[in-house]
Design a protein around this ligand. Structure first.
Ligand SMILES: *Cc1c(COP(=O)(O)O)cnc(C)c1O
Length: 392
């Protein structure tokens, strides 16, 4: 009979936990710093560090050699500054309702695609200070950034603001569209467009000290994207941006382990329906294990078949994933032991692989999505537990 007997109360984890290994963050950052070979590293910790927790991850990344933090929104940067982090920070996604004044007051650099410039100038004037901005050129991604057609006019306006003392153009940047597919030609086209944009900025009199375009895939696969600053996100978390390439093959260590304990275990007859819609029925008499994680915890509802590891055996989720729970058929897998209760036994969804648990990529495959989305959507109902918080 298998049931988890914790050695001491102090060792018990929350009943559902995303364990965040900060030593793995530091390892990944050191690896990226080495790969960037002289370029500075901006740790992208937007979206609560892709679900890992922005503040602890930011601190670990800075300890390990990252020198910048990257955020999408100003409102993501402000709490990090308020928590005492004094590294340079860049926020690049704004609306007319963004709090530019708060960002400028907190010395947060602002990405600027064009329309934001007067708003940033107004904030700097009101504060009688100079705002630090990075001009963004759309080199082909078709999302944020100034079009090449509007770029000349934009860099001229930025230079005028610089001469008026309201802004300093610290950087020119762009974002890659297909760097995760290294064989595609568009990355070289983007780099050519980036070179043109930089030359135009120079001709307008701008002398930005920073140029940056590389995401994780760029950092990991092509040195000609590095310039003097790189912006990895996913790789910090030990995950691979390339289809068919593992973390390990890239020298990365997955940071998040998602675990819980089996909350109920019961014997059922052949033909037992499982979960809403009764889409699954046991083939023979079996034992069902209830896993207390569902879509409210961020497990994609579509991910039936996703792997759950219990006592060294991996079971696919059977039946529909519900808001709070999902089910594994303990008689289903090869080598499964159906006798005895596993109530309270650890159930591992994904992790670095040390205990044979699945990777985030396997859950992404089960959900028809990418590893980015799986970790980022683990909800606040799952407590984050930080390991190796002290720098090594
Ligand atoms: C999210 C983001 C990144 C990081 O991308 P990864 O693929 O996670 O490395 C870098 N730059 C910008 C502008 C981003 O929005």
């Amino acid at each position: 009979m298998k049931s988890a007997v914790p050695a001491t109360l102090a060792e018990r984890l929350p009943e559902r936990a995303a364990i965040i290994d900060l030593a793995a963050v530091r390892h990944n950052v050191r690896h990226l710093v080495a790969l960037a070979a002289g370029a500075d590293v901006m740790a992208v910790v937007k979206a609560d560090a892709y679900g890992h927790g922005a503040l602890p991850v930011a601190r670990a990344a800075l300890e390990a050699g990252a020198s910048w933090l990257g955020l999408a929104h100003i409102c993501e940067a402000l709490p990090l500054r308020a928590a005492g982090i004094d590294s340079p920070m860049l926020a690049w996604l704004h609306t007319i309702d963004s709090d530019f004044a708060a960002a400028v007051a907190a010395n947060i650099d602002l990405g600027c695609s064009g329309w934001e410039l007067p708003y940033i100038v107004a904030a700097a004037e009101a504060l009688r200070t100079t705002a630090r901005i990075h001009l963004k050129i759309d080199t082909g991604l078709g999302r944020n950034g100034c079009t090449p057609a509007d770029w000349d006019e934009f860099v001229r306006r930025a230079r005028q603001a610089e001469l008026a003392g309201t802004v300093t153009v610290v950087g020119i940047f762009s974002h890659l569209a297909v760097a995760d597919e290294p064989d595609r030609p568009e990355t070289a086209e983007q780099l050519a467009a980036f070179a043109t944009a930089n030359a135009q900025a120079e001709a307008a009199g701008l002398r930005p000290s920073l140029r940056h375009i590389a995401n994780s895939a760029g950092v990991l696969s092509r040195a000609d994207t590095h310039f003097n600053l790189v912006r990895p996100g996913l790789a910090l978390y030990g995950l691979s941006p390339f289809a068919g390439r593992t973390s390990e093959s890239l020298g990365l260590r997955p940071v998040m382990t998602l675990r819980t304990v089996i909350s109920l275990c019961k014997d059922v007859p052949a033909g037992q329906g499982v979960s809403y819609g009764l889409d699954y029925r046991t083939a023979s008499a079996s034992t069902l294990g209830l896993v207390p994680l569902g879509y409210a915890d961020g497990i994609p509802r579509i991910a039936t078949g996703g792997p759950v590891r219990v006592n060294g055996v991996t079971y696919p989720v059977v039946g529909r994933i519900a808001m709070d729970q999902m089910v594994i058929d303990l008689g289903y897998a090869e080598g499964a032991a159906t006798d005895g209760s596993v109530i309270g036994t650890e159930a591992l969804l994904f992790g670095p692989g040390d205990d044979g648990e699945a990777s985030v990529d396997e859950w992404a495959a089960a959900a028809g999505t990418i590893n980015y989305e799986v970790v980022t959507r683990i909800s606040p109902r799952v407590p984050r537990v930080y390991r190796n918080t002290t720098p090594d």
